[in-house]
Design a protein around this ligand. Structure first.
Ligand SMILES: Cc1cc2nc3c(=O)[nH]c(=O)nc-3n(C[C@H](O)[C@H](O)[C@H](O)COP(=O)(O)OP(=O)(O)OC[C@H]3O[C@@H](n4cnc5c(N)ncnc54)[C@H](O)[C@@H]3O)c2cc1C
Length: 409
């Protein structure tokens, strides 16, 4: 089939790559001059399936934070009241679906690298997650919330025994433990994705497989099909990987999506011995989450990144300060502070926090891979594989059904 993939973030690059691997004639269109220029630019890239709840704002470390509530003026905006209403009753099993999708991504990456020999080596790695608590009360609050979200007969969620400061430091030698009054949970078997590197590697492999990649190509409108017409060209199918909905056209669905903001700080790591330019680097080994501050800190090669969910507004100087304080609390002096870069971007969030992956509606040939919210690094690769299988004619399984855009009709 001739397929147009619109949007070159992590979701678009992974989708284009899966479709090209399946033998389709793929065109990837991205409005910027490069892939991963928007939400996929600088996420922490944590894939922490063990703690992943379906509803974005509560996920991962932010499990310790109260969910952001919409304000009355906010609700007056078109579609917002409906979104807020729908978000109050997430589907049963949402947290489990979120976890399974996150577990599938690293497996699929390994299969792409080994079985299909794609060159993706430096773009992902196994990692463990250390969740840090500054008080025992905070730990018990997070524990209650996580148990509620992950309850169910087939849930893999087990409350870990809390580690004391020495045990936590044995796992993360650079960790400062003065504030660790509530202990830590150690959750091994997670993964880290270097989102920007991965998007570029997937794009290169997609091109090598014969796909056409068009940068600086903003698509404003598509003409309904089949054949679908995008920028004057005819396609058998179109996949929207635009983060949120950024284009119009008859027959395009209007799924409930809201922009939600997150912010990250990135800095090169100092050497553990500040007098030495070379030598072992300070900072985390894997993923560290401060459950109260709602901050996730990861190590990406020789850099450190800290990120937080900012709610409905862009991160500002106060958010950056909160991130920096958190870094200094747990890894004092690890970041080369003169070279810290901050970045805030919106992601598109569905009411239940799960992405939209599947047929867009009744019009054959229009597919969505949108609304990856705050977990796109964890979900994009698995979602792309699932979507390509369905486009190839495979019958949807139970998880495909849970991710289907039709759940919001
Ligand atoms: C600070 C921060 C930290 C995060 N941390 C994590 C984390 O630890 N773990 C995790 O799993 N996720 C994390 N995320 C979320 C993750 O980064 C996103 O979910 C993911 O990058 C979304 O990918 P995407 O491809 O759907 O969207 P995007 O990366 O936004 O890609 C959409 C692309 O479509 C293009 N586009 C849009 N409209 C058009 C058009 N009309 N024509 C052509 N092109 C178009 C855009 O230019 C863009 O490149 C974080 C996000 C942020 C902001």
């Amino acid at each position: 089939m001739r397929i147009a993939v619109i949007g070159g973030g992590l979701a678009g690059c992974a989708t284009a790559c899966e479709l090209a691997l399946a033998g389709h004639e793929v065109s990837l269109m991205e409005r910027s001059g490069s892939v991963a220029a928007e939400a996929s630019f600088a996420p922490t890239g944590a894939i922490a399936a063990a703690m992943l709840a379906g509803f974005g704002p509560l996920a991962l470390a932010a499990a310790g934070q109260p969910p952001a509530r919409a304000t009355p003026t906010d609700l007056l905006r078109p579609g917002r009241a409906r979104w807020a209403h729908q978000s109050r009753k997430p589907h049963p099993g949402t947290a489990r679906h979120a976890q399974v999708l996150a577990q599938e991504s690293p497996l699929r990456l390994t299969a792409l690298a080994h079985h299909h020999q794609l060159a993706l080596e430096d773009s992902h790695q196994a990692a463990s997650l250390l969740v840090l608590f500054t008080t025992a009360r905070a730990r018990s609050r997070v524990q209650k919330l996580a148990t509620r979200q992950h309850s169910g007969p087939d849930s893999p969620w087990q409350v870990p025994e809390p580690l004391d400061a020495d045990a936590a430091q044995a796992l993360e030698p650079g960790l400062a433990t003065a504030a660790l009054k509530g202990g830590a949970w150690h959750l091994p078997g997670q993964a880290l994705i270097h989102a920007h590197t991965l998007a570029h590697a997937l794009k290169d492999e997609t091109r090598r497989l014969g796909a056409h990649i068009h940068f600086g190509q903003a698509v404003h409108r598509i003409e309904p099909g089949p054949p679908w017409r995008v920028e004057g060209q005819a396609y058998d199918a179109v996949v929207l990987c635009t983060g949120g909905l950024t284009l119009s056209g008859a027959g395009l669905p209007k799924p409930p999506l809201r922009p939600r903001w997150a912010m990250s700080l990135t800095a090169p790591l100092q050497s553990m011995d500040h007098n030495l330019e070379q030598g072992p680097l300070a900072g985390p080994q894997g993923i560290v989450a401060d459950a109260q501050a709602g901050v996730v800190i990861t190590r990406l090669g020789d850099r450190l990144r800290a990120a937080t969910d900012c709610g409905w507004q862009a991160g500002d100087a106060a958010t950056a300060r909160r991130l920096y304080e958190c870094l200094e609390r747990w890894f004092p002096g690890a970041a080369r502070s003169a070279r810290v870069q901050s970045w805030s971007h919106a992601v598109a969030l569905t009411p239940d926090g799960l992405p939209l992956v599947g047929p867009a509606g009744d019009a054959p040939g229009l597919w969505l891979h949108l609304g990856l919210g705050l977990h796109g690094a964890a979900w994009a690769v698995a979602g792309a594989h699932r979507l390509a299988r369905q486009i190839g004619g495979a019958a949807p399984d139970a998880l495909d059904a849970a991710l289907a855009p039709s759940r919001w009709r």
